[in-house]
Structure formats: structure tokens, C-alpha cells
Design a protein around this ligand. Structure first.
Ligand code: ADP
Length: 361
């Protein structure tokens, strides 16, 4: 076995010249690595020196802007990029800034600018044209689905409401009308969820940015506030501070937390408490949503994540729902490189937990 003290002593005996050589080798391999990343990155990278003159432009940036690097070097951004005011702004503004940048040939990029302690300013631009197109295709798909499927269902719901207003109904008729309303409401929700799920499974692009789960949780809790209030459910939040940051799509993650809270509320008796916790370490961030509701039988625990699975429990059958919320939630988490699972005691309550890998900034 090596005695650590001896090793330390031995290391100290290196002559200064050798230590310097090791450090220089380390620095030179680091600079080789930065050089490699700079040249081969798909993202455009541009740097101005402390005097505000463009000193570095990588091939991706030159390609995106359709210019030769030499045309930009040594000039100020105003001189070199006068056709592109948003990009100039990214160089001129203080602190970290993010802006949409128009590129030639109707392409779009997102640019981020940041000033280094040396006074140099780095601007990174990412071409997001395809991603934006996909997003807008999703929007139009959702709108078409809404128009073609949801509107007729809304009409059925509307006419159903009218029946009772034009003459007295007997008990049976009233019961059938209520069932009609429940079923159409359910169908209405299922269509929305199916579009979401189809989109997520088709490889929907996810945003990839540093995300603080506590913010996501706050927004989801806010979003579910009215339902919680209606059902007199208290939501108790406890979040570790500081909570490590994860890399992901805050809007999709909000859907996940919203779906878990929604279930916790609708499958609990009024006046109870739903608890949401978040904690983490260097590697992972965890988030759990626990309730004291109806619970899930052991043999159904894994199935609840299956598409359109709904428990055979009568209290579930009496609650409208399409059995897609958990499928969507788990798929989003898995697309983030994480996982989700459930633990439950029938009649006592359930806890859904998710884990996401942290990012070191
Ligand atoms: P939905 O709630 O619309 O049925 P989900 O995919 O969200 O669809 O949930 C699937 C099933 O899992 C539910 O129908 C229910 O049986 C069960 N479930 C989900 N969350 C809970 C919960 N918090 N408590 C009890 N059962 C739950």
C-alpha cells in the first residue's frame, strides 16, 4: 500500500522546471481541446476583444452568416454586422443576453452573449430553424385536431345541455344525459392528450436549457391552484435549497408536475394534503408528489404508466380521465434521461417520484 504522506513528499521534490512543464502540457492540451471545440462546433461562436473588435469567428458562425471570417476580424460588430441589428445588440449589451437572430435565407438562430472577466465578449448562436418549424407544425396540428374533433364534441356537449331546458326530463333521461356529458368531456380531454403523446413519442424537440426544478414546481402549483381550492386540498411544498440545476425543457417538465399534482388531487378526498418534495445531490434531482388518497393496488402499480390504463377501482371509474397523464409524464421524464415510478398503499395514498440527471454549470 502507498503511504499518502510519502507520495505527497515525493511530489514536492519535483524540480520547479518539471512542474512548469507539466502545467504547460496541461494548458496546451486544454487549449487544443478548446480550439477543437471552437472549430468543430455546430454552434456559431464569435468573440470580441476588450476593445470591442471582433477577434475570433468560428467556421459555423461564418457559415450561418454567409460571410468569410476575414471580412469580420478586426472590425467592430456595428461595422461588420450592420445588416444584423439583433446580433450587434448581443455584442453591445451588458451582462448575459439572449435574442432571436435572423440569418440569411430565412433561417433563425438564438444568440446568447456574455462578457468574460477579461473584457472579451462571447456570442454563441444556435440555428433553430427546423426546431421552430416543428413547433409551429405541432401548433397547427393541435389547432386542426381541435377544429376537426373537439369542436363537434363541444357541440354534442352544448346540445346535451339544451335538452333539459326544453321540457321536463324523467330521472332516467337525466341520468343518461349526465353520462353523455361525462363521456364527451372525457373524449374532449383524451383528444388533447393523444395529440401531446403522439407528438412527444414522435421525437418532439425538447428545449435543452439549465432549469431550476423549484421554479417549475412553483408554476405547476400555481396552475393547479383553482382545482386544489375547489377540492379544499392543501399543497405542501418542501424544496431543498440550493437545489442542483438540471438541463431540460421547463415547459414540458411543468406538464409532468401538473399531471402528478392533478392526479394526487382528484384521487384524494377533499380536505386532505398533497405534498411535493424536491431534493438532490451532485448527480440527480428527485421530485416526489405524495397524497393520502385512494391508493393503487400492488398489481396495478406498474400498469398505471401504460397508455390509457385506468384502475378498475370504482372511485377511479367515477372520475373522468383518459389514462394518458402518467404515460405523457413518464415519457417526458425519460426523454430527459430520467425515470419515474410509483409507490402506494391501497386506501392510504400514493407517492410518485421522478429523477433527473443534474448538470454541472
Ligand atoms: P387518468 O388520471 O386520466 O386516468 P393517468 O395516466 O394520469 O390517467 O393515471 C392512470 C391511472 O393511474 C388512473 O386512472 C388511476 O387509476 C391511477 N392513478 C394515477 N395517479 C393516482 C393517484 N395519485 N392515486 C391513485 N391512483 C392514481
Amino acid at each position: 500500500m502507498t503511504d499518502p504522506e510519502k507520495t505527497t513528499r515525493k511530489r514536492r521534490k519535483f524540480p520547479d522546471s518539471i512542474t512548469q512543464t507539466i502545467q504547460m502540457t496541461h494548458e496546451s492540451s486544454l487549449s487544443q481541446m478548446y480550439d477543437f471545440v471552437f472549430r468543430s462546433s455546430d454552434n456559431g461562436i464569435m468573440v470580441t476583444d476588450a476593445n470591442g473588435l471582433i477577434e475570433m469567428v468560428n467556421p459555423a458562425a461564418a457559415g450561418m452568416l454567409a460571410v468569410h471570417t476575414e471580412e469580420l476580424l478586426g472590425k467592430t460588430p456595428e461595422e461588420a454586422l450592420s445588416q444584423n441589428p439583433a446580433l450587434v445588440n448581443l455584442f453591445m449589451r451588458e451582462g448575459e443576453q439572449t435574442l432571436d437572430i435572423r440569418l440569411p435565407k430565412r433561417r433563425i438562430a438564438v444568440g446568447v452573449g456574455r462578457t468574460l472577466t477579461s473584457g472579451e465578449r462571447v456570442v454563441v448562436i444556435q440555428d433553430v430553424t427546423e426546431k421552430r418549424e416543428l413547433e409551429s407544425r405541432r401548433e397547427s396540428l393541435t389547432q386542426r385536431m381541435t377544429h376537426d374533433l373537439r369542436n363537434p364534441i363541444s357541440a354534442i356537449i352544448g346540445f346535451g345541455e339544451l335538452v333539459g331546458k326544453y321540457g321536463d326530463l324523467n330521472d332516467e333521461q337525466r341520468k343518461f344525459l349526465m353520462r353523455l356529458r361525462q363521456t364527451t368531456n372525457k373524449l374532449y380531454d383524451v383528444i388533447g392528450s393523444l395529440v401531446d403523446l403522439a407528438w412527444i413519442e414522435a421525437g418532439m424537440p425538447l428545449a435543452h436549457r439549465p432549469t431550476q426544478m423549484s421554479t417549475v414546481i412553483d408554476k405547476a402549483v400555481n396552475q393547479i391552484g383553482t382545482l386544489a381550492l375547489e377540492r379544499h386540498i392543501t399543497i405542501a411544498i418542501s424544496v431543498q435549497t440550493p437545489l442542483p440545476v438540471i438541463m431540460g425543457d421547463p415547459e414540458r417538465l411543468q406538464i409532468v408536475i401538473y399531471n402528478l399534482l392533478h392526479n394526487a388531487i382528484i384521487y384524494s378526498d377533499p380536505e386532505s394534503t398533497v405534498a411535493i418534495h424536491a431534493w438532490g445531490d451532485d448527480n440527480d434531482v428527485y421530485c416526489s408528489v405524495g397524497d393520502r388518497g385512494i391508493g393503487i393496488a400492488d398489481d396495478e402499480l406498474d400498469k398505471v404508466f401504460d397508455r390509457m390504463y385506468r384502475s378498475r377501482d370504482e372511485r377511479v371509474r367515477d372520475t373522468p380521465g383518459g389514462g394518458l397523464g402518467l404515460t405523457i409524464a413518464k415519457t417526458i421524464i425519460q426523454r430527459h434521461g430520467g425515470d419515474m415510478w410509483a409507490a402506494s398503499n391501497l386506501g392510504l395514498g400514493s407517492t410518485f417520484t421522478l429523477v433527473l440527471p443534474t448538470v454541472r454549470l
